[in-house]
Design a protein around this ligand. Sequence first.
Ligand code: F6R
Length: 360
Amino acid sequence: MAVSPSSDVTRMRLDPEAIAAVDRSDMLADVVGLPEHLRDALWKIESADLQPWDSPGGLVVAGMGGSAVGGALARAMLGDHASRPLLASRQYGLPAWTTPDTTILCASYSGDTEETLACYEAAGALGATRVAVTSGGRLAELARADGVPVIPVAGGFQPRAAVAYMTVAALEVAWLCGAGPRMGAEIDVAADHLEQLVIAWGAASAEDSEAKTLARALYDSVPVIAGSGLTTPIAYRWKTQFNENAKMPAFTHELPELCHNEVVGWQEAPALGRFAAVFLDDSDTHPRVKRRIALTRELIGEQATGSFVAETRGHTAVERVLSLVLLGDLVSLYAAVLRGTDPTPVDVLVTLKQRLAGDA
Ligand code: F6R
């Protein structure tokens, strides 16, 4: 049976004190630390002192969950400036087309994710150039023993909170291996831009700031999040942040494809539960996709508990992507607070990993 919204919760304040009462491990500090993490990530990569090399086969970022998303976001940021294939791969193995000419960036915050370790081995067997980005674990051990460069990541985060580190590592390795231009200056500018957005949407922002308003609109529905082009991987980041921070089911799809199937599925939505639609838009979205967003919102308006558009902010692709990453991270964190659930722990995920480890 669908649970209806409680107006008490909807009216609940989202001020620093109310947030801290639920956000017991202070995930908020890590979310609003995004600008600082970007600068630290650049510095950490610089101090790893990697020299450029040529990878005609492009770059595969092999990782899972919060560690893989950096590869997908980096791909969106590079857009048409990517001169070689760049793919985030979330599998036990490498894509079939991978050759010794491909660089494999093995991204694992913990360094102990079995899928990523399998890719590390597979890349070694293939003779491909490997780089690791990690805070430690087995991946750091293996890489050091094999003489594979390790880009360090600051410790003490939930992997998903290290998104800036993983994204910057993917961008920098893309540049180093010849898959794209250097984005260091854009990253610095984006960090300054994000500081303004932290003020606009952070804990001390107005109760009707965009982040708090969206959280109030979404915390008691299943968010169905749509992206297109540059916003497609951001939609996936929103979904996973709703899953892990707010412990809510959430789903994602992309335009224009969803206009050919998902739009029909909304017909029976009210009979099944509470579903809200979120469309992530960008200044560069294809005009026909913008038209499709407007029409889809009109056509599903009666079936959704609400339909919302969130737009990227900023000029460069790096700024625009990160602006919506920050917004989604904050919205999901505020949704967790409204649901009274601590955003940080991911107990089921830990249990699953432990049970898998027991099989070994
Ligand atoms: C937890 C999280 C997860 C992990 C994933 C892979 O905060 O975001 O999605 O990122 O389980 O683990 P790592 O990142 O340690 O390789």
